[in-house]
Structure formats: structure tokens, C-alpha cells
Design a protein around this ligand. Structure first.
Ligand code: ADP
Length: 348
């Protein structure tokens, strides 16, 4: 087992300063899995430091579930998470692991975890990660707490997921820049943003970026409706427009929509921008850093209190626990109808 940072083992010499209810937990394994999200590092830092503060050792599992299968474990001390709170991505790396979807794969992973002396896990990821965590915990009776880390903000049981705020701000920055060029050339831009099943980024970034229309996976928008909206704008002297399209929207993506709209708007130069993976990167916002810190801290506290198979989340600015099964099985619909109504008014 290597140390991420060999500078000092002194990080682990902190005396346990809190009472521990679950004396069985001596070593926690922490990993990031599935899609990466800005703020995952701040969360790892919080898990590591809260554990060490509480007298619990921490092992970082690299590349998510793949790391359990490959025994890709690293010793973490308090200094191994120095200077990562501001970094995007995840120092523990992330991966998608097909083997873990089989019972044999999970059995092998569990054996490796046990051999490494890990007696509880903190899983940072989305609903796929939680599905794997729930199975592992139930099949092998190991305590697990999940932390919602995904830019999509699509998990039930939490108002916000780690990374969503940063991704939304990244999109807004891009929209602002696109608006400069759109206005200069009298262009109509279709900007496609991430969100296969969730329109959260599209809706919020669209409102904050002053978009003329927003197309979402959760809401069917007929192309005729969109054209009517754009025509209204053109007749009231709008010379440029930006339409935000969530990638999971049902009309077939930004290029398709642009093609269908093109005939109607000969006077507009129509352009398409797919923002793509840049939405996953970047330094996390203060909101995501604080959220990640709170949830990482709460996850370790929950394990110490004897909780398992729960997701820590935030609701009405309070940290709360939801059964991980409930978080997976309930589809989260976070789109506020009142925002859609408001959007229509403000974009005239
Ligand atoms: P996310 O956590 O962002 O939703 P994925 O859906 O890719 O990302 O899931 C991450 C990993 O979780 C997968 O690569 C796999 O190893 C594990 N996983 C996902 N679904 C299952 C499942 N049904 N059973 C076991 N493991 C799963």
C-alpha cells in the first residue's frame, strides 16, 4: 500500500477526540466512482480528516470499484489531502467497472477489502455507484454510506449534489461568452449542455444566462413551439438569441434541432455549440466546497453512529440521511415548474 504523499505519517498521530459509538470501525475505505464531479476532492479531504480526527485509519481506493478488484489501495493521512480542496477532478481517480456488476466480482472485491483491514466504506458517486454499494453492503454485511457526487443533480434525498453548482457556473460563463459573439453577428446559437435525464443544469444556467428558450429531457417541446417563440423575438427586434438544449432532450440534440429551425430563419446565422466535458472540470465553487465538506464530515459521523446503507444529503440546508435504496429507486424531479413559467415571461 503506498501513500499518496510520503511527507509525513504524522497525519495519523492525531488523538481521537470524539466518542465513537461503533467501536468496530477502525479503518474506513473511501472511493470516488462513476462520472467525476468538481468537489469530489473536497469531499475526500473531509472524509479523511474527519476519520483521522476520530481515531479511524483511512484507505483511499483508486479507480472506484475497479480499485477494489485490483487492490489499488493507498494509505491516506491528514497531509495526503493537502491543497486539494480547490482542485477539480478526483485525486483518487474514478472508473466504470463491469466486473463489479457480477456477484463473483463483488465477492472478490469484498475479499480484497477485508484483507486490507477495511471495515466500512464511504462511496462518492451517483446512482450507479450507490446501486453497487447497496449490493455489496447487503451481500457481505459491510457498513456503507453514500455521498451524492454528480454534476446532474438527479438524486432523490438531497436538494443538491456535489459538482452541480460548479458545472452550472461553468455553463453560465460559456453562455456569456457565446452571447458576445451572437450579439455581434446577429446569430442564433443552440448550446447543448450535459443532462441525459436531468434538465437541472440546462434550466438554471439558461435562466442565469438569459436564454431565449430551454429544452429539457423532462418536458416535451414541439419544434413548432420553439419556432413560434423565436419568431416572436424576431418580430420584437431581437437580433440574436441563445437556446439551451439539455443533451437528453427528446428532439434529437442541438444539431438536429438547428437543422429543423434553419429554414425558418434565413436572416439568422445559426450556430451550434456542444459544451461537452469542459462542464465536468474546473475548480469547485464555494457552494460545492462547503457542501462536499459537510457531506464528507457527516458520512464519517454517520458510520461512527452505527448507520449503514444510507446516503447523506442536504435538504433545506440541513444535512440528512436517506435510505440508499430509497435514493436509488425514487426518481428525483428537481425541476421547479414556477421557474419554467418565469423563464417564459423573462425571455420575451
Ligand atoms: P454513477 O455512479 O455516476 O451513476 P455509473 O452508473 O457508471 O456511474 O456507476 C458506477 C459504477 O457503479 C459502475 O461502473 C459499476 O461498477 C457500479 N454499478 C453500477 N450499477 C451497478 C449494478 N446494477 N450492480 C453493481 N454495480 C453497479
Amino acid at each position: 500500500m503506498n501513500s499518496i504523499n510520503n511527507r509525513s505519517e504524522a497525519g495519523n498521530t492525531f488523538k481521537a477526540r470524539t466518542h465513537r459509538n461503533n467501536e468496530n470501525i477502525k479503518k474506513i475505505g473511501v472511493f470516488t466512482s462513476g462520472g467525476d464531479a468538481p468537489g469530489m476532492n473536497a469531499c475526500v479531504r473531509a472524509v479523511v480528516r474527519t476519520s483521522i480526527y476520530s481515531g479511524i485509519e483511512v484507505v483511499g481506493i483508486r479507480h472506484g470499484y475497479q480499485g477494489m478488484i485490483d487492490k489499488n489501495f493507498i494509505h491516506m493521512d491528514a497531509r495526503s489531502v493537502c491543497h486539494i480542496i480547490q482542485q477539480g477532478g478526483t485525486i483518487l481517480k474514478t472508473a466504470r467497472c463491469v466486473d463489479f456488476k457480477t456477484k463473483e466480482g463483488r465477492a472478490f472485491a469484498f475479499k480484497n477489502i477485508k484483507d486490507a483491514g477495511i471495515d466500512a466504506l464511504v462511496a462518492i458517486g451517483g446512482d450507479g455507484t450507490f446501486t453497487g454499494a447497496e449490493l455489496l453492503s447487503r451481500e457481505f454485511d459491510i457498513p456503507i454510506i453514500g455521498i451524492p457526487g454528480t454534476i446532474d443533480n438527479d438524486l432523490f434525498g438531497t436538494d443538491y449534489t456535489i459538482g452541480y453548482d460548479t458545472a452550472t457556473n461553468t455553463v453560465i460563463e460559456a453562455i456569456d461568452k457565446i452571447r458576445d459573439t451572437a450579439a455581434s453577428h446577429d446569430r442564433l446559437f443552440f448550446v447543448e449542455v450535459m443532462g441525459r435525464d436531468s434538465g437541472c443544469i440546462a434550466l438554471h444556467a439558461g435562466i442565469a444566462g438569459g436564454a431565449e428558450a430551454i429544452l429539457l429531457p423532462e418536458k416535451d417541446t414541439a419544434i413548432d413551439e420553439l419556432i413560434a417563440k423565436l419568431e416572436e423575438g424576431a418580430t420584437s427586434n431581437k437580433t440574436s438569441s441563445i437556446v439551451i438544449i439539455a443533451e437528453g432532450e427528446k428532439n434529437g440534440g442541438a444539431y438536429n434541432i438547428a437543422r429543423r429551425v434553419k429554414d425558418k430563419f434565413g436572416f439568422y446565422d445559426i450556430k451550434v455549440t456542444i459544451l461537452g466535458h469542459l462542464q465536468r472540470g474546473g475548480s469547485p465553487t464555494s457552494f460545492d466546497r462547503v457542501l462536499a465538506s459537510r457531506l464528507g464530515y457527516a458520512a464519517v459521523k454517520a458510520l461512527i453512529a452505527g448507520e449503514s446503507r444510507k446516503m447523506v444529503g442536504i435538504q433545506a440546508n440541513k444535512v440528512c440521511l436517506t435510505d440508499i435504496e430509497e435514493a436509488i429507486n425514487n426518481h428525483s424531479i428537481k425541476l421547479e415548474d414556477d421557474l419554467l413559467v418565469m423563464m417564459d415571461v423573462l425571455s420575451i
